[in-house]
Design a protein around this ligand. Structure first.
Ligand SMILES: C[S@@+](CC[C@H](N)C(=O)[O-])C[C@H]1O[C@@H](n2cnc3c(N)ncnc32)[C@H](O)[C@@H]1O
Length: 205
């Protein structure tokens, strides 16, 4: 499992997250980030090309998996805005209260072990005027798909780096003290187990 997690899993995550349907979602949402921006679970840096440099003061990429962070660091060398990397998990964000304008989280709330702790940390570091931009896959609205999401969730978490198929993303966000001000949902590919997307914006309540 050590070999798998170190050498195979990062490549698998990079490959799955590079799909075109996800790329289209990144293109729509990432340019909304502005000011001091914290990206939670930056992965291999697939959002980096979509930031609008004219709106960004600083991007901080928090990513606990070293091989993924290294891929993102390579991509960052070519970009016209400042990027800092944080090699920690979302449950322990080493930033001051109310110091960030935007938190961006894409396809990561599915994988964070203590997702409530991480969302509370995101709320703590956001300014009161700040925004949480989220694009995540999760629980399908269709009973026959949810049945399979629930059945396959445990084995899937084992091979996917802890990704859950069946998290209801808006519920998690609202229960953590955010108000959702924009929400768009729908399948992004025929692979329905993995592709019901929740995309939107939330603000601290
Ligand atoms: C499916 S990948 C998505 C990566 C990237 N956000 C993207 O959109 O391509 C899930 C990411 O969640 C990260 N992750 C897992 N546990 C985490 C935690 N506790 N805190 C922050 N990120 C975490 C993984 O390291 C991985 O980069």
């Amino acid at each position: 499992m050590k070999f798998y997690n170190k050498y195979i899993l990062p490549k698998l995550i990079n490959c799955v997250c590079s799909q075109n349907d996800i790329g289209r979602i990144r293109r729509q949402f990432v340019p909304m980030a502005k000011g001091i921006t914290l990206e939670i679970g930056m992965g291999s840096g697939l959002n980096l090309p979509f930031y609008d440099p004219s709106k960004i003061d600083l991007v901080m990429g928090l990513e606990p998996m070293t091989p993924l962070r290294k891929l993102a660091e390579k991509k960052a060398l070519e970009l016209p805005f400042e990027i800092d990397f944080i090699g920690l998990s979302g449950e322990e964000i080493p930033l001051e209260n109310h110091s960030v304008d935007t938190v961006l989280v894409t396809y990561t709330l599915c994988s964070i072990p203590d997702v409530f702790k991480a969302l509370n940390e995101m709320k703590r570091v956001l300014k009161s005027s700040g925004k949480l931009i989220f694009c995540e896959h999760g629980k399908s609205p269709d009973d026959h798909i949810v049945k399979w999401q629930n059945r396959l969730n445990l084995p899937w978490t084992k091979i996917s780096g802890g990704c859950h198929l069946n998290r209801h993303i808006p519920e998690l966000i609202k229960k953590s003290g955010f108000k959702i001000v924009a929400l768009d949902t729908g399948y992004s590919s025929p692979l329905k187990l993995l592709s019901f997307n929740y995309k939107g914006i939330a603000v601290p309540e």
